[in-house]
Write a new protein. Structure first.
Length: 264
């Protein structure tokens, strides 16, 4: 029999909030090598594609840049990261800074787009585009933070930074990092813990808790909610789930915590 995997939901702490973080991946383009080691390019326009820019940076002295082609040739330029491993991550987040023209990319013109995606094998998921940033100032560095929790537990992931347009304008990228950040809310008294077992699980997932859990929500790695349980019973049937990694968000006393299970 496998030993139940007990995960503490909220620990006894004096502090009201404890933030736990760890850097998983970073790139600031400070090396003279471009693309950086283990990065790659997928280019359409060999005259104007991603290159190293030593004249502007969000941090340090260098950044990555695409200059628009004045000859008005189509540009579809992708900068691809090395493989990224999130198998041990619970709440990873992606942060990067960009600078581009709102006038030429959003309004009144929409001549070029900047899209950030994550690639999982043969599946590409768009995470963000410049239109998601709302109003921003032309060529002023803007920081973006994206939740990668749906991809926790995955490995061999790649980030894709894509410039696509015709008669667009310049685009700069810098200060890329992925961090593991978990925020645990705690009172001064000892709070409850939750145990999920077995893990990995085939059909019935059981759990124990010393206090009331309001609900448990299951998400697949694409971030789609697939099951919500009101926890009236301490067993949940997941026999119809496909094999793979799932995230569970547990709500208890206005607090939430995320867990990872593996369906066999």
């Amino acid at each position: 029999m496998k030993t139940p995997l007990k995960m503490t939901m909220v620990l006894a702490m004096i502090l009201c909030n404890l933030s736990v973080s760890g850097q998983i991946f970073t790139e600031d383009f400070e090396s003279s090598t471009f693309p950086p080691v283990n990065w790659s390019l997928a280019t359409q326009n060999t005259n104007e594609t991603w290159s190293l820019d030593a004249k502007a940076a969000a941090s340090g002295t260098n950044s990555a840049k695409v200059t628009y082609d004045e000859r008005l040739a189509q540009q579809n330029e992708t900068l691809l990261s090395p493989n990224i491993d999130l198998t041990s991550a619970v709440k990873p987040s992606l942060e990067f800074s960009f600078a581009m023209s709102y006038f030429w990319s959003v309004a009144p013109n929409n001549n070029y787009d900047f899209t950030v995606s994550i690639i999982d094998g043969t599946t590409t998921t768009v995470l963000w585009s410049e239109a998601d940033a709302g109003a921003f100032n032309d060529y002023i560095w803007t920081k973006v933070t994206l939740d990668l929790t749906p991809f926790a537990g995955k490995n061999n992931l790649k980030l894709s930074f894509n410039y696509n347009g015709l008669d667009g304008a310049n685009l700069s990228l810098d200060a890329i990092k992925i961090e593991e950040t978990a925020v645990l809310s705690a009172d001064k008294e000892e709070l409850a813990s939750v145990s999920f077992f077995p893990n990995p699980v085939k059909n019935i997932l059981s759990f124990n808790t010393t206090s009331k859990v309001d609900e448990i929500i299951f998400y697949n790695v694409a971030g789609k909610e697939i099951l919500k349980s009101n926890t009236s019973k301490n067993q949940i049937d997941i026999s119809k789930f496909s094999k793979g990694v799932y995230l569970l968000k547990v709500a208890s006393k206005n607090k939430t915590e995320t867990y990872k299970i593996i369906k066999e």
